[in-house]
Design a protein around this ligand. Sequence first.
Ligand code: MSP
Length: 688
Amino acid sequence: MPGEAQAKRVYLTTPIYYVNDVPHLGTAYTTIVGDALRRYHQLRGHEVRLLAGTDEHGLKLEREAKERGLTPQAFVDQMSQRFRDAWPKLLVETDDFIRTTEARHEALVQAIWNRVQESGDLQKGHYEDWYCVGCESFKTEKELLAGNLCPLHKKPVERLKEETYFFSLDKYQDRLLDLYAKSPGFVAPESRRNEVLSFVESGLKPLSVSRTSFSWGVPVPGDSKHVMYVWFDALSNYWTALGGWESELTKRFWPADVQAIPTADDDPLVIHLMGKDILRFHAVFWPAFLMSAKMPLPSKVYAHGFLTIDGQKMSKSLRNAVDPLRLAAELPGGASTLRYHLLRAIAFGQDGDFDHAALLERYNADLGKNLGNLLSRVLGLCLKNTDNTAPAFEQAQRIELDNAFLKDVQASLKSAIAHWNAIEPHRALEATWAASSRANLYVDQAAPWAEAKKGDQARVATILSTLIKVLEHLSAFIAPALPDKANDMRSQLGLGALSSALNTDRLVINFEDCAARKLGIATPLFPTLDPAAVAALLLRLVPKKEPTMSEPANPEDAPGDGVLAATLPGLGPIESPIDPPITYDQFAATDLRIGIVLEAEKVPKKDKLLRLKVDIGEAEPRQIVAGLALSFAPEALVGKRVVVVTNLAPRDFGKGLVSHGMLLAAGESNSLRLATVDGEVLPGTKVK
Ligand code: MSP
């Protein structure tokens, strides 16, 4: 609500991810949503905090470390850093990053444990059941698939029997049901709420919350034989990260009322974001632990759906897991394009498909042709008609056409705000883009070029200043999803970068005032991709499922095209057998030398070929024609050290294009990586 006085406090959390995996598109998705919400609240002048982190204990990690010959601590140190480094590359800003192996966390989890014990909710006993190490969770017989497989991981579960502390989860059944009834928004979205309700209504049993068969966990206070169940430890991170009962942050960001969900206006909102796979832990176990420890509850647990990739489940075995960092690096518009697509294409709360082709289509349509084009058109018109200035104007000069336009834009932007508040990023962006489409329509309707022709400069100024005003608003409204592009847009509009300040709402909708202002330099924000560029990018981005080493069907793929492709990057062992042995003399007959690429350019009408000039220490650089164009932009190759086969017979590509050598590279034709040396070896040096 524009103009509200009291700063809202919002504490957002993402799951803390297991460090046995690297950041992938699924974990990036939740984290990007968290960041977009953080940015939205900041723009509204709210006090907001986003927590991310890593979950580093448990049997799964202990085993994984062992397999790699590392201590668990050394292993989790390495892996956690990959998450910490990944998020900023996706333009995610977190206020804190917690690791469950940190002392600040362990001490406070033990304090929570003690309070649960004081409530009489922990009893020692023996447990025997099926356990899925992937889920770090016990499974009942009826949950398992045939062959005792975990329904999520499709891997055999293990029979565990050990001494354990049981938490009296059953004791909290009624209080949990009461919570869901009194706070219908506690579990969101609605469809998931019903799932949780029926789970709790069907009856809760005591929960095993400690383990004795391994030691990689937080020790149970007073009973060092036991380590805490990893979920007891992990869920507590949301609270321990604030620093405990006495800390200022806890006072500001965790509700004070033990009994129920906050209701007072200035109570903080605590919102846990996660995928549907781990909703039960957050909506049932976590509030029960907190109730037992006599601690206040979060405000909302929001479970989103799962992403599939190009219509298929994302999995390591299908080799289709998408690396969000690579995407962000390769996409036009960078991380912002990826963020926009994820936030817009997937209805938050529902399952959704991440389709590479749809992403590029959306880039061209929404970012290039809609918003980008609007900005270019308006700035172009200002350059031509108003000396690159946003003209000053008076409201009285606006006619019905202008006012109807502004009314529609206002309605769309108001709806965007309502949707951000309701945690519906896809709808918020849809509404924002409706304003942009409306503005494009207005340009056509108002036709400032026709007014200019008539010589009505005043009318031209009114139209252009009205459009500039709307673009200013759009530059702020797109910022939660496309933070860097929002600022690029503002600089073109002659505005400073967006800044946020407590109690200051940057999303106030006001088209009134407009003093004259010099505009910046117009450059396309999102240059559109032509069909050939889309096809080439798709070839690079979409992981191919069936790599083969057989003879290339296309002569341009043949080794003779200047590249000797040997293995496939990152896809594990190759099925083709190793070739029969050769003698040393046979090997030595190949003259391999270090070269430095001096020039590289595309070969007209040949999609895959680049023409290179390579210095191999001879009087003149050699011309080598190489099938690298699908993997490298020509300029990316200049200056690179390469390994050149120098004594191969020249190959004639026709029309006088002859290749005098070949480069060594590995990979498929759309994702080749060059063989090189790890130091500044002189050109011409033999490789042996
Ligand atoms: N460590 C626990 C969470 C503890 S939170 C107190 C865990 N970690 S995890 O690494 O397995 O991450 C699971 C989360 O990653 C999901 O809840 C979801 O947020 C995200 N995703 C993983 N794969 C996903 C998809 N395919 N699609 C969307 N999100 C997914 O569970």
